[in-house]
Write a protein that binds this ligand. Structure first.
Ligand SMILES: [Zn+2]
Length: 421
């Protein structure tokens, strides 16, 4: 190589290093996680966000700095193996059982026994559980076990927060055995005197610190969107984005996905944004109000870590959403052959939409998807395993640990970071 290009290459490498403010210096203290070792237990002051990879749907277990715990969704789809990855760890248990056991063992390691919150972003099988004739009945005989009901069978749940309580009638009652089963679960909880609440958009106090471990720095869980309402960014007020149903053709009414709950976790400089299956797609401008993800991302962003909502499907992230969130870490909650979509990956990696380094992780990517999208999936940091975001006390630094989802040992396969929030 002639001298000139070599110097240029060296300069480029130095500039790339200098342009990586997100990567903390090597002098920083060692991370608690190491590849090959079990995931270090949660400690007071840490914020841990576990994207659980069952291959059957979304489930995110959150341990907050004071020991408050929250599970966001507990999906259990019955998709076939031609279109979905195989169940993980294996098919000997239902996905909801694996999720409940995951949350339970991490709570126990922290000296805790109950889950404080179950946040249900919307009622779909890959977020709440599918049911069929083969789904066993709960011990109380009132509903079948799948997804959230499997979790509830294993763990005491303090408060369930969803978008539809109490009537589940907006914009119209959801049809399907899975929805009937979820409503039966809610009804039984209420009969037993247990808490269920409808999400209050804009609120930063509905999901609050329970103070299980005193002395932890303050954090905030902001309800950013649901049912077409989006937090205004001011106080706790929200703005309605859906037009009155009476002005819409019945076929154009908001669907379940676009009614999803979005939340933002804030901890010091760190923030995390996730929004169930919210989408930004407007049918190419025909239905502009369908873009709820855009206003939600603008109200909540920028974020240190964000999920590629609706599993990285074609209708999730548009350019404006990516510009608004501009995270250092993207997590794609994926398992289906269509997850993630190629253009969604282009946007997540695009240096034109926002400059600087970023890492992209996925919970599970099918081989067929990797073959189709290899040019971009090859740039992802992981394609299989639980993606655990761990924020150090105070919220200034975080790292990501990917753990093996083939058993329940929580062995670390990969550690990235530290990142500066
Ligand atoms: Zn979904």
């Amino acid at each position: 190589m002639p001298a000139q290009p070599r110097r240029r290459a060296l300069l480029r490498a130095m500039l790339a290093l200098a342009a990586s403010p997100a990567i903390a210096s090597a002098a920083d203290e060692a991370l608690p996680d190491r590849a090959g070792s079990p995931l270090a237990p949660w400690q007071p002051g840490w914020l841990d966000i576990h994207h659980i990879a069952t291959g059957r749907g979304n489930a995110t277990f959150v341990m907050l700095p004071d020991g408050t715990s929250m599970l966001i969704d507990a999906g259990a789809s019955n998709n076939g193996l031609d279109t979905s990855v195989a169940p993980r760890p294996d098919a000997s248990r239902r996905a909801g059982e694996w999720i409940g056991r995951y949350a339970r063992r991490h709570l126990r390691r922290a000296g805790l026994v109950a889950l404080d919150y179950l946040l249900v972003t919307h009622v779909h099988p890959d977020h709440t559980g599918d049911v069929g004739a083969a789904s066993p009945l709960a011990a109380n005989g009132k509903y079948r076990l799948s997804g959230v009901t499997d979790v509830a069978e294993l763990l005491e749940i303090g408060t369930v927060v969803d978008r539809g309580y109490p009537d589940y009638a907006y914009p119209a009652p959801i049809q399907g055995a899975f929805a009937d089963n979820y409503r039966a679960f809610v009804q039984e909880r209420r009969r037993a005197g247990r808490a269920v609440e409808r999400v209050k958009v804009g609120s930063a106090t509905q999901l609050r610190a329970m103070g299980h471990r005193p002395g932890a720095p303050a954090f905030e869980i902001r309800n950013v969107a649901a049912n077409g309402e989006v937090w205004s960014g001011q106080g706790e007020s929200a703005v309605a984005h859906f037009p009155p149903l009476s002005t819409l053709a019945r076929a154009d009414w908001p669907n379940e996905n676009v009614c999803s709950i979005a939340v933002r976790l804030g901890y010091g400089r760190f923030s995390y944004f996730t929004a169930g299956d919210l989408t930004s797609y407007t049918e190419d401008g025909a239905l502009p109000w369908r873009d709820i993800l855009g206003p939600a991302a603008k109200a909540a962003g920028p974020a240190s870590v964000a999920t590629a909502d609706h599993h990285g499907m074609f209708d999730g992230l548009d350019a404006e959403v990516v510009r608004a969130l501009r995270p250092q870490v993207w997590v794609v909650p994926s398992w289906h052959i269509a997850h993630p979509d190629m253009l969604q990956l282009e946007r997540m990696f695009s240096q034109r939409l926002y400059p600087g380094p970023r890492d992209v992780f996925a919970t599970s990517v099918m081989r067929e998807n990797m073959l189709a999208n290899g040019r971009l999936t090859s740039r992802m940091r992981s394609h299989d395993g639980h993606v655990v975001v761990r924020v150090a006390p105070g919220g200034a630094r975080f790292h990501v640990a990917v753990t093996d989802n083939r058993d329940e040992d929580d062995r670390v396969a990969l550690v990235t970071g530290p990142y500066l929030a």
